[in-house]
Design a protein around this ligand. Sequence first.
Ligand SMILES: NC(=O)c1ccc[n+]([C@@H]2O[C@H](COP(=O)([O-])OP(=O)(O)OC[C@H]3O[C@@H](n4cnc5c(N)ncnc54)[C@H](O)[C@@H]3O)[C@@H](O)[C@H]2O)c1
Length: 421
Amino acid sequence: MQQHAFGRREIEIAEQEMPGIMALRKRASDDKPLKNAKIVGCTHVNAQTAVLIETLAALGASVRWAACNIYSTQNEVAAALAESGFSVFAWRGETEEDFWWCIDKCVNAENWQPNMILDDGGDATHLMLKKYPAMFKLIKGIVEESVTGVHRLYQLSKSGKLTVPAMNVHDSVIKTKFDNFYSCKESIIDSLKRSTDIMFSGKQVALCGYGEVGKGCSQALKALGCIVYVTEIDPICALQASTDGFRVVKLNEVIRNVDIVITTTGNKSVVTREHMEKMKNGCIVCNMGHSNTEIDVKDLRTPDLTWEKVRSQVDHIIFPDGKRIVLLAEGRLVNLSCSSVPSFCASITSATQALALIELYNAQPGRYKCDVYLLSRKMDEYVAILHLPTFDAHLTELSDEQAKYMGLSKTGPFKPNYYRY
Ligand SMILES: NC(=O)c1ccc[n+]([C@@H]2O[C@H](COP(=O)([O-])OP(=O)(O)OC[C@H]3O[C@@H](n4cnc5c(N)ncnc54)[C@H](O)[C@@H]3O)[C@@H](O)[C@H]2O)c1
């Protein structure tokens, strides 16, 4: 089978498990709420993203796409999208130089002025702002998915350099709960199994960060019989980890004994060369958090260490005394590099992204200032509604008296913005 035909099949499989975004496609394709939108997309290029891309096109947008991660592209899917006429600049195993070339190609096209950005990590936004400031001025809105991209946007806003409204999808309740928690809960196991064939029972794991991703990973690992240690900087998350039954430690306290180290912090240099020096033979090191910043991989590229590629995405780093540590995906997101993520969670994120694009693109002038916004709670609820039929879930309706008693509209939103789910 040709690569694009294989990719098309992958997209069709993803569609089956992405009911929300498919429902949105069906509901909104007559109205074309993204008519004339020209969207630069920079996200993982996989079957699930393809379902989003084809939905945006069905809603009237023209799109150009690049990958936000050099290892996560499904080449066959990129081929299928190209075969269907989409401009996609991505392949698995891009170099750093290729990566920026692809984003540049995606942004800078003849006779095509983008007016929206859909970013995951802030790289397309960064490139356009720095290299094509005139083009950036004509952007109507940015939708950003990652914690780091969102952080950059808030910094831009603070320094007065953000000249367009932006939507922080990362912190939408519906996205955070599902993409960060449930998706990582399932995919951490999958990615470790596929890359190392490890048996989890009885293994000691150091998990850095107990946010949504950390909570999901720790639950899954504990369920399989791992002994999980958590590191945290935030006392609230540390207390949550403790009351969930995990020992909260400094990484140095356990680093010599653990079998697996997983980072989930969104931070940088969480696992340093010094930590890796202390790890025991065979310790697996991987990142579920941000990009490639959490593990100091560059500090392992020194003449005294030998790198041995044992499988795709699996490197043994051999120390002078013969000790090996097992580095997965060169410190990039292990689940996106070594396994797949649940399409259902991707459906929730994609539907949220699509609604954020529709909202910013169609907003009346003045509705949004040049600042970073969260999607309204009503839209979060709408994304959930799109997905409930899959489970044949039947919502209870408020009676008039109940709605009055609670001070709610019968059609939502059902919770105030400060509610923590
Ligand atoms: N792999 C994936 O598929 C996937 C999915 C969603 C999000 N993410 C990424 O995972 C990261 C975490 O997301 P989240 O929603 O859990 O964020 P979060 O903010 O809820 O959790 C991160 C936690 O790490 C803690 N932390 C920060 N620095 C630390 C350090 N040096 N040592 C120990 N703990 C530290 C923070 O206090 C916080 O509790 C983000 O970068 C996010 O973009 C990855």
